[in-house]
Design a protein around this ligand. Structure first.
Ligand code: PLP
Length: 241
């Protein structure tokens, strides 16, 4: 595929996703503007990301600190915000805090305290989401639903963190009905978090839904959908050119 063809394909894909997002929002009685499109751009090149940044994308999502640093330094995001959505190793925290507008994948008190310390050193308040392992998969990151509450308390007590809500990745093998039920579970957890009426937290964000299930996620209350394949095409995990 020529570069021109690839760019046209990406532009059409983003327009199509936007239309489907708006339809799903309206079907649920929600305003389309309530749902943000996060381009999950792991493995994509600086050029691909820079091109996509000119399209109707609200923010980017990165899974690895090295990719975030490389693309941010190259100006690939065109000043759109970038969220950290992957498993964050504690030795990478210093390079992610401040660079990522939000860290969506906080799933342990240890990681939470490392982020608090780094944000304190920089004198900023870092927005975070708590990642919930909603499908209970042994291999997945995220806290179990009951583990959410102590982590939320810890975030509320950390002066350089602001808890903005929850993130989840349902099991890849789940059927459509099961996935939708997981999304509904997440919505109920966010409501319970809002009902805590914390003084500092601002839990208005529910990040869920990917290429294969974002419409269901929007119908159940997602405020951010994270989409990779449907924007950029299949990922190639081989050596980068
Ligand atoms: C890769 C990734 C996505 C996007 O997945 P697609 O199926 O390619 O849309 C979303 N969220 C996270 C955390 C990811 O790692």
């Amino acid at each position: 595929m020529t570069e021109q063809k690839a760019a046209e394909r990406m532009a059409r894909a983003v327009a199509d996703i936007r239309a489907r997002m708006a339809d799903a929002a309206r079907a649920a009685g929600r305003a389309p503007g309530q749902v943000l499109l996060c381009a999950a751009c792991k493995t994509r090149t600086v050029e691909e990301v820079r091109y996509s940044a000119g399209l109707d994308i609200d923010l980017f999502g990165e899974n690895h600190e090295q990719e975030l640093t490389e693309k941010a330094d190259a100006g690939a995001y065109l000043h759109k915000p970038c969220h950290f959505i992957g498993h964050l190793q504690t030795n990478k925290v210093n390079r992610v805090v401040g660079r990522a507008a939000m860290i969506e994948s906080v799933d342990s008190e240890h990681l939470l305290q490392k982020i608090e310390a780094a944000a304190g050193r920089l004198g900023l308040v870092q927005d975070i989401l708590i990642e919930v392992n909603i499908g209970g998969e042994a291999s997945k990151s995220g806290v179990c639903p009951e583990g959410l509450w102590p982590l939320a308390e810890a975030a509320e007590a950390a002066p350089h963190l602001r808890l903005r809500g929850l993130m989840a990745i349902p099991p890849a093998g789940a059927g459509a009905d099961e996935t939708r039920a997981f999304f509904a579970d997440m919505r109920r957890l966010l409501t319970r978090l809002q009902e805590k009426r914390y003084a500092r937290a601002l839990p208005d964000t529910l990040s869920m839904g990917m290429s294969g299930d974002f419409e269901a996620a929007i119908r159940e209350g997602a405020t951010i959908v994270r989409i990779g394949t449907a924007i950029y095409g299949p990922r190639n995990y081989g050596p980068r050119p």
